[in-house]
Design a protein. Structure first.
Length: 183
C-alpha cells in the first residue's frame, strides 16, 4: 500500500465516521454529568466510583448519537477501521494509574481520568488525518493538570467541566474539518 492509498483509506474513515463526532459529543455529555457528580457532598472516593460508573454510559450514548448523526462505526473493506477500536482500548492500560489514585489520593482521581482520556485522543490525529485531535489532547491533558494542581478539593468539579467544554470545542473543530473534507 502506498501513501496515496493509505490517505484515501483515512479519508474514507473520516467521512463515514464524521471524524468520530458521535463519540466526542457523547463524551462531552458524560463529562458534564461527571462534573455534576463532583459537586455532590460525597467523599472523593465515592465520587470517583460514581465517575467510573457514569463512564460506562459512553458507548450507549455514542451509539444513540451515531444514529442521530448518521455516522458509521464499521466501514467494511477498510483495513484501518479496526485500528480505531484498538486506539480506544489503549487507554484501558492506563487504568491501573486510576486505581492507584483512587486508593491513595482520590481527590486527584477526576484529574487523572481527564488526563488519560484527553491524551488518548492524540493518535486520532493520524487516524482521521485531523490535527485538532493532537492539539486538544495537549490542551486537555495540560489544562486538567494545571486545574487539578491549583484547585481546592471542593472545586475539583471544574476539571470535568473543563473536559466537557474542551470536547465541545473539539467537536466544533472536527465538524468544520468534516465539512471541508466532504467537499
Amino acid at each position: 500500500m502506498n501513501a496515496k492509498e493509505l490517505n484515501q483509506l483515512r479519508l474514507e474513515l473520516a467521512l463515514k465516521a464524521k471524524n468520530g463526532i458521535d463519540f466526542i459529543l457523547a463524551a462531552s455529555i458524560i463529562w458534564l454529568m461527571i462534573s455534576y457528580v463532583w459537586t455532590l457532598p460525597y467523599s472523593d472516593y465515592n465520587k470517583s466510583v460514581i465517575t467510573f460508573i457514569i463512564g460506562g454510559l459512553m458507548l450507549p450514548v455514542a451509539w444513540g448519537l451515531s444514529k442521530l448523526l448518521n455516522t458509521s462505526w464499521t466501514i467494511k473493506n477498510n483495513p484501518l477501521q479496526p485500528l480505531g477500536l484498538w486506539l480506544n482500548f489503549a487507554q484501558l492500560f492506563y487504568f491501573p494509574f486510576l486505581i492507584l489514585i483512587l486508593l491513595k489520593s482520590p481527590q486527584y482521581f477526576v484529574m487523572t481520568y481527564v488526563i488519560i482520556t484527553g491524551a488518548h485522543f492524540f493518535p486520532y490525529a493520524w487516524y482521521y488525518n485531523e490535527k485538532s485531535f493532537a492539539i486538544m489532547a495537549g490542551v486537555i491533558s495540560l489544562g486538567a493538570l494545571l486545574l487539578g494542581l491549583n484547585l481546592v478539593a471542593e472545586n475539583m468539579y471544574f476539571v470535568p467541566l473543563f473536559m466537557s467544554a474542551s470536547l465541545l470545542v473539539l467537536a466544533g473543530l472536527i465538524h468544520i474539518s468534516y465539512k471541508k473534507k466532504k467537499k
